[in-house]
Design a protein around this ligand. Structure first.
Ligand SMILES: Cc1ncc(COP(=O)(O)O)c(C=O)c1O
Length: 500
């Protein structure tokens, strides 16, 4: 096997592979993975120079894992590429799009922060507390439900608005929580993850020129979804009290929120429990928001994907249940978070018939329908949650994981902002005297340093702020605790070793 590929060697792949005896294998693998991406994602693709440019972010690799790692990298990264130095062999096999420009609506989008930090974590063999996905198996009853669904013939297109068993089960679970009898066929739309719910909501409800108020820090798909609908994001940050040690001390200045609303404002997005701050909005806060929303005749997208993960008795409150708010609110949930199956990409939007219909009108032209067997499984899983006491168990599990990570962080002086909900913890990094030699935001440089030198990967929260407010994240890093206890313990050990 070839050892780490050196940058200079990649400039001449032929020489490299002749020397190492892997020439054909390598070219086939690379070509295949790139061609796959062209077909699958419509990305511009490349040549030897691309490999050279991309390689530093990929870290050392063996020829056998090239396709996987390049696919992973590229699936979250768009590069307009130059082919100046492409060599004949690669040129023959790889589409060259030297002057290619993506459509304007996506041109300003960079790579997500997760691409860089996942690659960096791999490169430095860091314990990865960056990207928030559970690394433990989904509950047995959920997996069993999927197995049964696949074996039972649920393998053709689903109803566009949602597979009947899934929407009925969701209606049954949520009706008592919403204090109304939800109509499963008209007030629920199953989406390809909550992410598609966000996108379809913007496509279905936002007109070009409309303004959409986003509360920072936000889930990073919000601005992109607003922009692709032709809307204009308007940002209002949560602000922590100085030295905050609890997410409850992060709050929204209601005057600032009121000041952000103009006659062009159409919709406000709220995320409770909040990623990454871990804040759970209180009744008083939701009432104030509801007051402003009704005064200015706005719609609300309430992203509640972490609804089952609140701690220390903090109640999760649904904005749609406040007086006058059902009529204005689209509420989103996610099977990825609820059942620890982020790869299933199943979400749901709950809304009054007219709003749900608007979301559906967009959704029917985005994926048309969501994977049938997994909807069947989600339906079967929801049917069992009450009898199993599943949600209490989930919250208890995450509460213990939160405490474990919070103690480990506090022990080494990384003061955590204890989350009330979600599976993320922000820490204060202001006192860290790590080198910050580049012009990148401080939190990005600190998180790179944590990953490289301390061996624990974190995500820089500036990714969840608009350009004008990124500075608010300068002294914070986000860790996630949706990981096995073994991984959390390994992270704790690295922290102790390297900060000790
Ligand atoms: C606040 C928030 N909303 C939505 C999502 C996306 O959910 P899904 O994986 O169901 O698309 C995430 C995922 O991290 C999130 O943090």
């Amino acid at each position: 096997m070839a050892s780490a590929l050196k940058r200079t060697e990649t400039a001449n792949p032929t020489r490299f592979y002749t020397r190492h005896g892997h020439k054909l294998t390598f070219f086939r693998l690379v070509t295949l993975s790139f061609c796959h991406l062209v077909k699958y994602n419509g990305f511009p693709i490349a040549d030897a120079e691309l490999i050279q440019r991309v390689y530093p972010a990929l870290g050392p690799f063996q020829p056998d894992d090239i396709p996987h790692r390049l696919c992973y990298h590229f699936s979250s990264t768009l590069y307009p590429l130059s082919t100046d130095r492409s060599n004949a062999l690669l040129r023959k096999n790889i589409v060259s799009l030297a002057n290619f420009q993506p459509a304007e609506r996506v041109r300003s989008f960079g790579a997500t922060v997760f691409a860089e930090f996942t690659a960096l974590a791999i490169q430095h063999n860091a314990v990865n507390l960056g990207q928030g996905f559970p690394d433990f198996p989904a509950p047995d009853f959920v997996i069993e439900a999927a197995r049964t669904a696949l074996a039972s013939g649920y393998n053709q297109y689903a109803r566009s608005a949602g597979h009947p068993r899934a929407v009925k089960a969701i209606a049954a679970v949520y009706s008592p929580l919403f204090g109304r009898e939800l109509d499963p066929l008209n007030e629920i739309v199953i989406t390809t993850g909550a992410t598609e719910g966000i996108f379809a909501t913007m496509q279905g409800l936002v007109n070009p020129g409309d303004e959409v108020v986003l509360i920072e820090p936000f889930y990073d798909s919000y601005p992109a979804a607003v922009l692709m609908a032709g809307g204009t994001p308007v940002y209002v940050p949560l602000r922590p009290t100085p030295g905050a040690t609890s997410a409850a001390q992060w709050s929204l200045d209601m005057d600032e929120l009121a000041g952000a609303i103009t006659p062009r404002t159409r919709l406000l997005v709220i995320n409770t429990p909040n990623n990454p701050a871990g804040k759970v909005f209180t009744l008083a806060e939701l009432e104030q928001i509801a007051g402003l929303v009704q005064e200015h005749d706005l719609l609300v997208l309430s992203d509640e994907v972490y609804e089952w993960m609140t701690y220390d008795g903090t109640p999760h409150l649904r904005l749609a249940t406040l007086p006058g708010m059902w009529e204005r609110t689209i509420t989103l949930g996610s099977a990825g978070k609820t059942f620890s199956v982020t790869g299933w990409k199943i979400g749901w939007a709950i809304a009054p018939r007219q709003l749900a219909h608007a979301v559906l009108m967009a959704h029917q032209w985005i994926p048309f329908a969501v994977t049938t067997p997994l909807q069947e499984a989600v339906g079967a899983a929801f049917e069992q949650v009450e009898a199993r006491g599943y949600f209490a168990e989930l919250a208890a599990m995450y509460s213990a994981k939160r405490d474990k990570l919070a103690v480990a962080l506090a022990d080494v002086g990384l003061t955590p902002v204890i989350p009330q909900g979600s599976y993320f913890i922000l820490v204060d990094t202001a006192h860290l005297d790590a080198p910050t030699p580049t012009d990148d935001p401080r939190d990005v440089q600190i998180c790179r340093w944590l990953t490289r030198e301390i061996g624990v990967a974190a995500i820089p929260p500036s990714a969840f702020y608009s350009p004008q407010h990124k500075v608010l994240a300068a002294d914070v890093a986000r860790f996630c605790f949706c990981k096995t206890d073994a991984v959390l313990d390994a992270a704790a050990q690295r922290l102790r070793q390297n900060f000790g």
